[in-house]
Design a protein around this ligand. Sequence first.
Ligand code: PHE
Length: 348
Amino acid sequence: MNLEEFKKKSEEEIALAQKEVDDVKDENSLNLFKGKFLGKNSNLTSFFASMKTVPNEEKKDFGILLTNLKTKLNAFFQKKEEELKQIALNHRLEKERVDITLPGYQKELGSKHPFYAIVDDVTDFFLGLGYDVAEGPDVESDENNFELMNIPKDHPARDMQDSFSIDETTILRSHTSCVQARVMAVAKGQGPIKVICPGKVYRRDNDATHSHQFGQIEGLVISEDATFANLLETLTLLLRHLFGDKREVRFRPSFFPFTEPSVEADISCFECNGKGCSLCKHTGWIEILGSGMVNPNVLRLNGFDDKKYKGFAFGIGIDRVAMLKYGIDDIKRFYANDVNFIDQFRKE
Ligand code: PHE
């Protein structure tokens, strides 16, 4: 092939490629185009191969033409490749376009469980009076739960709180009073102590107002001058905070092994204002918590000098307060994981 012939062939090749590249509409046909004009079996490749038969004096011009052909063919290919990429991108952008005028997804905010609404409310109240908050584990030693609370083994008072045993020495705590023992152990006989201890407790109980699991908030004050009057005043303030300023509070003698004297507190019924209704079982009063002066035995058992220190303690049922306050009919609702139930206590 002489130079003239090659020039003609090369121009034909360019013209053909120009025509065919216009028909390329997708990646597939682009690959076919590439194979045909730039691939192993293309004319271009065979032109390169024929270089060796070209006489030396023509090699340079031949080479220029060949390079020019290759550049042009490559340019067709690259331009089309770019074009197709752009089309694909535009297509994607169009498809993924965000319509910013559409309403957004609504994210529902949860609401506080009524159980924790009471915990938080009572905690805030006592923080305001300068108390600390202490917590203990649900799985507790028999020693903390009973013995250090002045309830020795085989003492009939253990029957007041039929508990769940884990093994000989470990139970699910039956009250939060065991946290008293933990707090006193840390204090090492040194007062004053002013704590509340919220948490879950477990007993073998099961009816509309009792569940095997419920919550208590324990209170413990130990100081050189704590008095019974302090206890009565503290609880009166708490109960009026929870149930309203108009509530009458009454204290009845009671018995707990860890307090002496022991009292239970009642509030005048907020439903009937003391006249008598089904809520207060027609007594005009609602039983609300247990309390008393810390039994000197408990002080001694927990390393405190009972001549120097006095104390008072109380325990209030979280579920019971929530049930009364919000008019909830069954304690099981607290543990049913029902969003519709919890949602009713949403404070908008
Ligand atoms: N631990 C008692 C109970 O669970 C409540 C209580 C606590 C009573 C502290 C007196 C003092 O019934």
